[in-house]
Design a protein. Structure first.
Length: 229
């Protein structure tokens, strides 16, 4: 028989409840919760890192009372879960944005509105993780902080990825019957200039190192042979 690898949604809290409310052995509890027996021992001895609030697996419909009764009657019995915990699935809607970046959202929205007016408010909301109300307020300049909003590339701000932005632009252009233009190259000039500058600095540093090495070699040669000119 294949081993059942399912375990309670909150194994430590479930173990705490089983320790306090049943006579199951530590080994049975550890097996059911997917824990090491020493973890269960620590919970029983109140030496766990944090004091846990027990979670009743019967009320959570993860095991039946009949299963627990069987386990209490037979120390060698291994409890079987009624079902595995429901998997949490992300629902459709605005993406989550870290608190530290939320203040940048209006700038990213303004940038998209200015540079890609073909993208719908719904698509902007999915990209940035915001509401249509906020987008509309920025679009018609009725936003409460409009005076301080400066359009900034949302990719640079970390609000979305370049791939997602390009996909949204392409989809919007196709829906609007607009021929998809070339990949956004507005920053290419700056990027090339930066690369050229870095290369120049690297070459200059290399030349300086060569000159320094040559002078050092000459000084060493003169020190070793003071009559050499």
């Amino acid at each position: 028989m294949a081993q059942d690898n399912r375990q309670p949604l909150m194994p430590h809290a479930t173990a705490s409840w089983l320790v306090d409310n049943t006579s199951l052995s530590f080994e049975q509890i550890a097996d059911f919760c997917g824990l090491h027996i020493l973890e269960v021992q620590a919970i029983a001895d109140d030496t766990a890192a944090t004091k846990l609030t027990g979670r009743d697996p019967v009320r959570a419909h993860e095991v039946t009372q009949e299963e627990i009764d069987k386990g209490q009657a037979d120390p060698n019995y291994r409890l079987q879960m009624t079902r595995g915990p429901d998997q949490v699935r992300r629902t459709k809607g605005p993406r989550y944005t870290p608190v530290s970046k939320r203040q940048d959202k209006p700038d990213g929205i303004a940038w998209i509105i200015r540079n890609h007016p073909e993208i719908s408010d719904g698509a902007i909301g999915n990209l940035i993780g915001t509401t249509r109300t906020t987008i509309a307020a920025i679009r018609d300049r009725s936003h409460w902080n409009i005076a301080n909003i400066t359009p900034k590339d949302p990719v640079t701000l970390g609000l979305t990825t370049q791939r997602e932005l390009d996909a949204a632009v392409s989809k919007a252009a196709k829906a609007a019957g607009i021929e998809a233009g070339p990949t956004d190259t507005r920053l290419e000039g700056d990027r090339e200039a930066l690369i050229a500058s870095l290369r120049a600095e690297r070459d200059a540093a290399s030349r300086d190192a060569d000159v320094a090495g040559s002078v050092e070699d000459q000084a060493r040669a003169l020190f070793e042979d003071p009559f050499r000119r």
